[in-house]
Write a protein that binds this ligand. Structure first.
Ligand code: TMP
Length: 237
C-alpha cells in the first residue's frame, strides 16, 4: 500500500485493486481553514466507526456511497473517485457561517432546509458559490448540481430521522461527492459523515456534541464524539 494523498483528517492509500483505495482516519483536527490545529486521541477511530454506521444505513436506503468494507479500527476500503470540488452543505437550523453572514440568531429553525455550495479550494478559503459559478468553474454541470442538491436533501431527510432516534438534532452538515474512476458518469457520496462534518445538538439540552466543541474551545471534544457513537450504536442494538 502506497500513500497517495494526505488531507487534514484522512490519509489515502492505494490497494491491489486500482479502483479501490484504503482510507485512514487520522486523529488530527483543524478548524478555521487550518488556523487552529490539534490532535485528539481516538478521533480517527470514532469518526471511522460513526461514518461506517451512517454509510451502511444510507446504502440500505438506496443512497450510493463510496463505501466498500470495514478494514480495521481506523481504515475503510472505498471506491476510488475523482472528488467533485464542491462542499455541499445542508442547513436545518441557523448556526456557524450562516449566522455570522446573515445575523440570524443561532438556533433559528428554517421553514425548509437550505442547500449551499462552497468551492473546495484551501488557498481561496473555500468560498461560497452558486450553481452558475460551479458550471463556469467546471466543477459540476447544471444537471450534476441539481443531482447533488437532490441527493443532499435525501441524505438530510434520512439523517434527521436517524439522529433523532439517538436523541440528537441535526443542525447542519457538509457532504462531498465523487465520480467513480471505474464509471465516471456515476456520482457517489464520498468523504465522511461524522461530528467533524455535522453540527449535532442534544435534543433535550441543546448541548453541542460535535466539532464546535473544538472550534469554540468548549472542551471535552472526544467525550462528545464518543457519546454520539454510543447513542447511534445503542439505537441500532
Ligand atoms: P459552516 O456553518 O461553518 O459553514 O459549516 C456548516 C457545516 O458544514 C457544519 O456542520 C460544518 C461543516 N463543514 C465541514 O465539514 N467542513 C468545512 O470545511 C466547512 C466550512 C463546514
Amino acid at each position: 500500500m502506497e500513500p497517495i494523498y494526505e488531507g487534514k483528517a484522512k490519509r489515502l492509500y492505494t490497494t491491489d485493486n486500482p479502483n479501490v483505495l484504503r482510507m485512514e482516519y487520522k486523529d488530527d483536527a483543524t478548524a478555521g481553514n487550518g488556523a487552529k490545529k490539534a490532535s485528539f486521541e481516538n478521533k480517527g477511530k470514532l469518526n471511522k466507526a460513526i461514518t461506517l454506521l451512517i454509510y451502511q444505513m444510507l446504502e440500505s436506503k438506496g443512497v450510493a456511497t463510496h463505501l466498500i468494507s470495514d478494514v480495521d479500527e481506523v481504515c475503510l476500503d472505498v471506491q476510488k473517485v475523482s472528488i467533485i470540488p464542491l462542499e455541499v452543505i445542508v442547513r436545518n437550523i441557523a448556526a456557524g457561517s450562516f449566522s455570522r453572514r446573515t445575523g440570524v440568531k443561532e438556533g433559528t429553525r428554517f421553514s425548509k432546509p437550505i442547500v449551499e455550495f462552497s468551492y473546495k479550494d484551501d488557498a481561496l478559503g473555500d468560498p461560497f458559490i452558486n450553481d452558475d459559478y460551479a458550471r463556469e468553474l467546471g466543477a459540476a454541470t447544471e444537471e450534476e448540481s441539481r443531482f447533488l442538491k437532490q441527493q443532499a436533501l435525501t441524505v438530510n431527510e434520512v439523517l434527521i430521522d436517524f439522529f433523532n432516534q439517538a436523541g440528537l438534532t441535526l443542525v447542519d452538515f457538509k457532504l462531498e461527492f465523487g465520480r467513480l474512476v471505474s464509471n465516471p458518469s456515476k456520482i457517489v457520496l464520498a468523504d465522511e459523515i461524522s461530528p467533524d462534518t455535522c453540527r449535532l445538538w442534544d435534543s433535550k439540552t441543546g448541548a453541542k456534541m460535535d466539532k464546535d466543541r473544538f472550534r469554540l474551545g468548549l472542551g471535552n471534544v472526544m467525550e462528545g464524539y464518543k457519546e454520539v457513537l454510543t447513542r447511534l450504536q445503542n439505537k441500532n442494538a
